[in-house]
Write a protein that binds this ligand. Structure first.
Ligand code: UD1
Ligand code: CA
Length: 451
């Protein structure tokens, strides 16, 4: 049986008090809607249909053709929203799963369970509910004395007695597709001037058809986000889930409450994460690493057995056994070879440091190619920018750069050469030679001048 998924996201989300559409607010580093999409896909809907209204263009920009779009120009209610998906979906699937774009914690297993419930349901719809003491303004599930679901009543329409019901509607339904499309038009206009999807339950019952409803196993999954307070609650739950999964996969966290790993990050076993570590974007960490405290790694690849201590690493690549920090900054295009050591206050941008390079203290390397086992003395700077253009520095293997050397690019330093402390190197240095002074000259020439 084929299942199509509809995610309702046409509302503006006024209570977020934001310029940004609610479902585009970041959660775990990804737009809120991303999470629902991923779970729906895992539950078997390749291309969910998202009903968009406000800021439809921004949603399309964020998700492109990963999903289908149905435009709801006027927000005339949840039932009306589902109607907008009919032209695309009618005849395409046997079952239709409907969910809200602001319930990002629902998990694929839960969606699969609901789909399974509907597969064996002789009636046209199954739904999941939540048992809760705080009704949060949710619709109430009205059951007959025999326990059969009769209707969903919106809070505003509840009798005093119905207000006491603690089984709530979370707007998660699975419909038999042909029945849904046939009966959607039967939804009456509400007092508020909207078409409520919730009325489909009473419509089924009027036709004498059974409705299946079961409470969700973990009520946390049903957290709907209406305000930024709810968003922060969801963030905490999501972080706990992600961190638990990594700990179960062999990653040590000194304090998971303050370890921030975005969805989509990869981490090898026996890696230790210290507090206040942020692993973000498209990041992959190898096995046996030690990271943090106080470290941010964004969209970077880190090999096995690396040590990254109180540092910032962005769009960079580290081979195995690299050691950096405290207070190192790797920027876009930094590539550190095996065994590279970068001490405090080292900055590297758009440069390759080959295996065994040592750069212990206070240095900036930008737009450079550094050969194997080069030693970069404290305070060395590649002067790569002349105010207009960036220039390249090439340092061949086994070079020794003395402390506080200024390397004025474009520059080439031959294999095994050395620069003296405080040298300002403005011209290429030949293999095996030693240059000193300002501007730097070959030590032999300096000797001649001196005597
Ligand atoms: C809805 C349910 C309620 C349930 C609650 C939480 C209805 C009538 N009520 O109420 O029983 O307890 O969700 O699950 O369905 N949307 C559209 N187009 C519209 C209206 C809404 O796309 O015309 C989307 C919104 O973007 C939002 C979602 O549907 O994500 C829910 O809409 P909202 O108006 O907030 O419904 P609730 O009052 O919360
Ligand atoms: Ca709502």
């Amino acid at each position: 049986m084929k299942t199509a998924t509809i995610i309702l996201a046409a509302g503006k989300g006024t209570r977020m008090r934001s310029q940004l559409l609610k479902v585009l607010h970041p959660l775990g580093g990804k737009p809120m809607l991303w999470h629902s999409l991923r779970e729906a896909q895992q539950a078997g809907s390749e291309k969910p249909t998202v009903v968009v209204g406000f800021q439809a263009e921004q949603v399309k920009e964020a998700f492109g053709d990963q999903i289908l779009y149905a435009l709801q120009e006027e927000q005339l209610g949840t039932g009306h929203a589902v109607m907008q998906a009919r032209p695309q979906l009618e005849g395409q699937a046997d079952l239709v799963l409907v969910m809200l774009g602001d319930m990002p914690l629902l998990q694929a297993e839960t969606l699969s369970r609901l789909i399974e419930m509907q597969r064996t349901n002789p009636g046209p719809v199954s739904m999941l509910t939540v048992m809760a003491d705080d009704p949060r303004g949710f619709g109430r599930i009205v059951r007959s004395p025999a326990g059969e679901v009769e209707a969903i009543v919106e809070e505003a329409d509840c009798t005093l007695e119905q207000l006491l019901i603690n089984e709530l509607n979370i707007s998660l339904y699975c419909f038999r597709a042909d029945w849904l499309w046939e009966n959607l038009a039967r939804i009456p206009l509400s007092a508020k001037g909207e078409y409520y999807l919730t009325d489909m339950i009473a419509i089924a019952r009027e036709q004498g058809l059974p409705v299946q409803a079961a409470a969700i196993a973990d009520p946390q999954e049903a957290l709907g986000i209406n305000t930024r307070v709810h968003l922060a609650e969801a963030e905490t739950i999501l972080r706990r889930r992600i961190n638990r999964a990594w700990m179960e996969a062999g990653v040590t966290m000194i304090d998971p409450a303050v370890t921030y790993i975005e969805a989509g990050v990869q981490i090898g076993p026996d890696t230790i994460l210290h507090p206040n570590t942020y692993l973000q974007g498209d990041t992959a960490i190898g096995a046996g690493c030690e990271i943090g405290p106080g470290t941010v790694i964004r969209s970077s690849q880190v090999g096995d057995d690396c040590r990254i201590f109180s540092s910032v690493v962005e769009f960079a690549r580290l081979e195995k056994h690299v050691e950096i920090g405290p207070y190192a900054h790797l920027r876009k295009g930094a590539h550190l070879g095996e065994g590279v050591h970068l001490g405090n206050f080292g900055e590297v941008k758009n440069s390759h440091l080959a295996a065994g390079v040592k750069m212990g203290h206070f240095s900036y390397i930008g737009d450079a190619e550094i050969g194997e086992n080069v030693n970069i003395g404290a305070g060395t700077i590649t002067c790569n920018y002349d105010g207009k253009n960036k220039h390249k520095t090439v340092i061949e293997k086994d070079v020794f750069i003395g402390s506080d050397t200024m390397l004025v690019a474009p520059l080439h330093i031959g294999e095994g050469a050395r620069t003296g402390a405080g040298a300002v190197v403005t011209r290429n240095v030949e293999k095996g030679t030693v240059v000193v002074g300002v501007p730097a000259k070959k030590l032999k020439d300096v000797d001649h001048e001196g005597g």
